[in-house]
Design a protein around this ligand. Sequence first.
Ligand SMILES: Cc1cc2nc3c(=O)[nH]c(=O)nc-3n(C[C@H](O)[C@H](O)[C@H](O)COP(=O)(O)OP(=O)(O)OC[C@H]3O[C@@H](n4cnc5c(N)ncnc54)[C@H](O)[C@@H]3O)c2cc1C
Length: 409
Amino acid sequence: MDSDILVVGAGPAGLGFAHSMSGSGLRITLLERQSRNALQHPKFDGRDIALTHRSIRILEGFGIWERMAADEKHPVLAAKVLNGDSSYSLDIGADAVGLDAMNPGALGYLVSNHVIRRRLFQGLGDLPEVELVTDSTVTGVAQTAESIGVELAGGGARTARLLIAADSRFSDTRRMLGIAADMHDFGRVCIVCRMDHEKPHDGTAYECFHYGRTLAVLPLSSHESSIVVTASSSDRDRLMGMSDKQFSSDVEGRFGSRYGRMRLTTERFAYPLVGVHAKRFCAARCALVGDSAVGMHPVTAHGYNLGLSGADILAEEIRKALGRREDIGRFDVLRRYEQKHVRNTRPMYHGTNGLVKFFTDDRPPARLARRMVLRIANNVPPVKRIIRNKLTEIGNRNDVLPLPFRSSR
Ligand SMILES: Cc1cc2nc3c(=O)[nH]c(=O)nc-3n(C[C@H](O)[C@H](O)[C@H](O)COP(=O)(O)OP(=O)(O)OC[C@H]3O[C@@H](n4cnc5c(N)ncnc54)[C@H](O)[C@@H]3O)c2cc1C
């Protein structure tokens, strides 16, 4: 066999899984269709990823959080949720609901997707057991009782004891493995970019559920924010076709000029919104991680957070199997990963989809219900605490292995 584990896709999830297996003694091969140069110097793609406390602890365990420069990590100190044209907001602050000393005063941190990818790639240099094969597209999969193999475009082939598919929400590997997935096309598009503004944001993240469109303004450096506009797919061309000036004043107007003048500072990127939840996270000698298992609507900012926690759970089950001297590709080993991870993903996936439906229904009763929900959430501390814990994953602290164990891998 060429290696112990083949991972298809060196995106943030595939790279994260490779780091999770560090020090296990297993030989891991990452197969990626992009070039080495593209992985080494990933370009800005408009996505600023909100990382929860749990994800930060996982990245600390990899030694990646420390590798990120201070100006690449932006704390979110408070969050406000607005409904329609009203200025009333649901306010979630780290202090307001009594965070304990274990969780310093940030709800989470924003880090650009290309920075996460670059830093995880750089960290591979510390993992001698990981082989990275670039310019390699997986085009076929074949399983036997003892091994699993892939065919590569251009004629190569690889075999291992276990195959991990981490090749995006539209995963070809998932399909080749015969694993079905529920897909939901929201008929909407997400346009992301960065803007600077006259007034500082003071670390506050805004989620504005305006009628017809939603706008998220997420804090980066003091006078710069990440902008996420969600609109109907039919509005895509109009929004992308606006001049920089028109787009800037459109966003500024919809944001009620809270930060004064706003100006586009980057390219705009459009992502079609399709949610995906695989029916199974494993089959014979294979498992799915990252968006290949669950591709989330970005409104609750949980896609990559679930990707990291899933990789962490799978790595732990594989380590336990190694400890018991079991075959790491055994179905019951992989099934334990599936059972644990699906407990996190299924409620999050369906809850997020339900939230999107609720907050994009512009009929009068739904508008009224939203107003009430924001007021109840603001005034009933336990409800607020549940919302905050779901967003930040603070309550999940104990699910992650303690740092000394992780750093020794
Ligand atoms: C606008 C937007 C905002 C978001 N905001 C957040 C947020 O705030 N918080 C959060 O947690 N998440 C967020 N997400 C989600 C997050 O970006 C994704 O969950 C994450 O990038 C998925 O990583 P991945 O590695 O699973 O997939 P990908 O990033 O899609 O990587 C897949 C990799 O597999 C490779 N590949 C594909 N097919 C093959 C093949 N056949 N052979 C070899 N290689 C292959 C690709 O080249 C790629 O490198 C957001 C997403 C969007 C669109």
